[in-house]
Design a protein around this ligand. Sequence first.
Ligand code: MEV
Length: 439
Amino acid sequence: MTQSSRISGFYNLSPSERRQIVAEWPAWSAEQSAAAEALLAAPGGLTLEQADKMVENVVGAYALPIGVATNFVVNGRDVLVPMVIEEPSVVAGASFAARLARAGGGFHAETTEALMIGQMQVLEVPNLEAAAARINSQKQRLIDLANSTDPVIVSLHGGARDVEVRILPESPVGPLLVVHLIYDCRDAMGANMVNTACEALAPLVQEMSGGRVNLRILSNLADRRLARARCVVPAAALETAEFPGELVAQRIVEAYALAAVDPYRAATHNKGIMNGVDAVVLATGNDWRAIEAGAHAYAARTGSYRSLSTWSFAPGDPGAGPALIGSVELPLAVGIVGGATRVHPLARLALQIMGVQTARELAEIIASVGLAQNLAAIRALATEGIQRGHMALHARQIAIVAGAQADEVDRLAAAMVAEHQIRAERARELLAELRVGRA
Ligand code: MEV
């Protein structure tokens, strides 16, 4: 039986009811489901012993909410997407936009090979052109040496692929030669293997160039490790009580247009994409700072900072109605082996819930979530504004701060939203009134 990630009413269930659905989602035994449920129920999912092995000077573990986005179809497969994030509206926004995209067949995503770039900075080179020519003519020696540092990745059909040389004629310390090692990381993020290889190559690069190697480190501008996602949303699916679908589609395209030409808007537009991207990156124990660095550097690759996504309107042929077409492209250096992806029990579980078998599949889901998040944000901005939905969720948080119990939170939040007063002080007054009314 094919499962559907379109779980109607998921939002209205209690956390334990949601947990049960999510823990039973992967095709595994009743014992595995029970273990997954127990893991999700323990806040943070990380013991102090596990935390102590991850970083230095550990004194505790810091928990964030893990929500699950519904409605996603990525490359024809229904997926539930775990998202770790502190910001309200993000999980709801992703689920909502995934439902819109679902009406047009979901997301179609693809990735390039998992090629990372390791950089070696070479200074004091007597003759830059001659050094570059020497390195280029002896690439294979460097590739072979790099591959001798990690026979495991080579046995998995990964490892060093190429060597490239760049001459930077000017820098604050004079001319530089930069040697790039192109390395296929397969299912790993790859920072460790690339850094190890670069350190191993440094003496040979010095010998070939006659210079001195300083930095030996991977680049987070992973522009050979791209993920792309695309969706076609029928305009009819965008219709609201106030706006016809075609108008919403056109306004979304207008919203995108500003991000396409203006860095002030592009930064915020891309932040919306990264709300979705980072939440899945974090849920799977991947390095979100690396992803952030790569995404923003990629957004600025032309010399001007621009939108990572595009949105256009297709009026439709006779067979197909008008539609909104979205696409996103960004570097996504994520792994499913090594580091926190293996050590953190919730990161492992997140990968199992999504049923991903390769890092490329994970990147395809992440790109789709980024595009969905972007759609949710600009659809709201281009229609009713984001504050309405945001304030409803914010009101729930204020209700909790004001001391509302679980069965009081929704009523108190609704009362604050109704009178457009979402403040802790007013929440306390309304809570007192609500309790008197009940006594
Ligand atoms: C807020 O976290 C994200 C948005 O600002 C994104 C956007 O403006 O597109 C709503």
